[in-house]
Ligand binder design. Structure first.
Ligand SMILES: *Cc1c(COP(=O)(O)O)cnc(C)c1O
Length: 481
């Protein structure tokens, strides 16, 4: 199966090469030229790991031994055998994506990516080691460290803004063990760290380094494809619970940032899974809501800081893949992305907008509404959710109320409530004073919901990575690794 850029049909590369490269040479994202044949009903029969194996083998056929790679990625690392269980809460199913090693939904993909990357490297006979460079505003850094630590032939280097991540997120990263991990604070904000990483990639393009640079971002098809599995798993869980019959369509409401999670849902649908409407949930940064309703994508607006920081984003990279999938027109995608880059805005043709609206629906909610939902779901259902999940819940409620669609609805839950203890405590009427660790303990005492072990054992652990540098020093830091 051959891949090419969303911005041009040539050159074509195999799936192992697409994983190794991440971004296509013209700046577009890799997509398969044609989607694989897939037996979706057979896929529903197995365990979550069986599902992963079948889906990843279909998308990445040039990477051998998928069964072993999936086992290495997931065995013993998640809280449940299901990996991503769906629980029933009120009228909705809640698909819990935060049961992995760092309590973030990114664990599902970042547990798998290192396996795919090293296997692709071997398949291509690449001799040099790979160094993963990542700038993080919090969650991605830790999930990537956890996925890549001690993986042979790969190193990982994470930059985070000093003072720009939460206490818990910092503690998660600076206590990371492993002989191939580097974590470094940068004096500046997240944009400074991210720009610094981009500059390193540019500066190193011509250099003979001892390692090849790569990224753990969801632009890589090897990070996107592992996320398809949990839509199948959730569908199976609804079948097993008697909530649906085989073939019934299910709607999914997805808290969205970079559009990777929800795009994986659309790919599941293209593989045959009976997915109904995909609901794109945003916070006050509602670029995508405006786009899906109007066809105009306009990033010319301030980025707002919200209680759901992983969705604070103005340019959703993976939307480019959807535009390609629905139009099949690389020239159009290339033109629209050019406009986004130079003018900050583009409008899709009417026919493409109609196709988008056939598959997707969008809504957003502000922090006050998210807090109202966290409080209400806790009081009425005894279920504690985080602010990202609350945005998904809000959009699911809006969709049901405005369309009258009564099909089964699953809300994707992307973070443990313990990762955002202040927002959650305040929403259920608790006292938010003290450190984040004190807040976690209070949330636990108030609700009885267990603290995930990786978070409850963090306080007081030895800090191994204490470097702080200026943004101008990032390149020399990497070159000294
Ligand atoms: C990354 C993230 C999201 C957004 O997912 P995308 O794939 O970027 O759309 C939502 N919630 C949480 C908690 C996240 O970490």
């Amino acid at each position: 199966m051959l891949y090419h850029s969303t911005r041009s049909e040539h050159p074509r590369v195999d799936s192992a090469q697409a994983v190794l490269e991440g971004l296509a040479p013209d700046g577009g994202l890799y997509m398969p030229h044609a989607l694989p044949e897939f037996d979706w009903q057979k896929c529903l029969e197995g365990s979550s790991m069986d599902m992963s194996e079948q889906i990843l083998s279909a998308f990445l056929p040039d990477i051998p031994d998928m069964r072993a790679l999936v086992k290495n990625a997931y065995t013993g690392k998640f809280e449940t055998e299901a990996l991503t269980p769906t629980v029933s809460v009120g009228n909705f199913g809640v698909l819990e994506l935060f049961r992995g090693p760092t309590s973030a939904f990114k664990d599902v993909a970042l547990s798998m990516l290192p396996q795919l990357l090293t296997a692709a490297k071997n398949a291509k006979g690449m001799k040099r080691d790979i160094m993963i460079l990542t700038a993080t505003s919090g969650d991605t850094g830790k999930a990537a460290l956890e996925g890549f630590h001690d993986v042979p032939g790969v190193g990982i280097c994470v930059f985070y803004p000093q003072g720009g991540v939460s206490q818990v997120q910092r503690a998660q990263m600076v206590t990371q063990e492993g002989n191939n991990v580097h974590v470094c604070a940068v004096r500046g904000n997240f944009d400074d760290a991210q720009t610094g990483v981009k500059n390193i990639f540019a500066a190193c393009r011509e250099k003979e380094l001892p390692f090849a640079l790569s990224s753990a971002n969801s632009i890589n098809i090897g990070r996107l494809a592992p996320q398809i599995m949990y839509y199948f798993r959730s569908y199976r869980d609804l079948l097993d619970a008697g909530k649906i019959q085989m073939g019934d369509r299910v709607n999914f409401s997805v808290p969205t940032g970079n559009f990777g999670d929800i795009l994986a849902g659309y790919l599941a649908k293209l593989l045959g899974l009976p997915v109904g409407t995909l609901i794109c949930a945003s916070n006050a940064n509602n670029v995508l809501t405006d786009f899906i309703r109007s066809g105009t994508y306009d990033r010319r607006r301030p980025l707002l800081k919200t209680a759901s920081p992983s969705m604070d984003i103005l340019v959703s990279s993976n939307l480019e893949r959807l535009l390609y999938l629905l139009s099949g027109d690389t020239a159009l995608v290339s033109r629209l992305m050019g406009q986004l880059n130079t003018e900050g805005v583009y409008t899709v043709p009417e026919a493409l907008l109609e196709k988008i609206q056939d598959q997707f629906w969008a809504a957003y909610c502000d922090d006050a509404r998210a807090a109202e939902i966290i409080g209400r779901v806790w009081r009425e259902e005894g279920y504690l959710c985080d602010p990202h999940t609350a945005a998904g819940w809000a959009a699911a409620e809006d969709y049901a109320a405005q369309t009258g669609d009564t099909r089964a609805m699953v809300v994707l839950s992307t973070a443990s409530p313990y990762k955002f203890p202040a927002a959650v405590l305040s929403a259920i009427g608790g006292d938010t004073s003290g450190s984040e660790f004190a807040q976690m303990a209070r949330l636990r005492a108030l609700t009885g919901v267990p603290i995930p072990k990786n978070l409850s054992t963090l306080e007081g652990r030895e800090e191994k990575h204490t470097a702080v540098i200026d943004k101008e020093q990032m390149l020399s830091y990497v070159l000294s690794l």
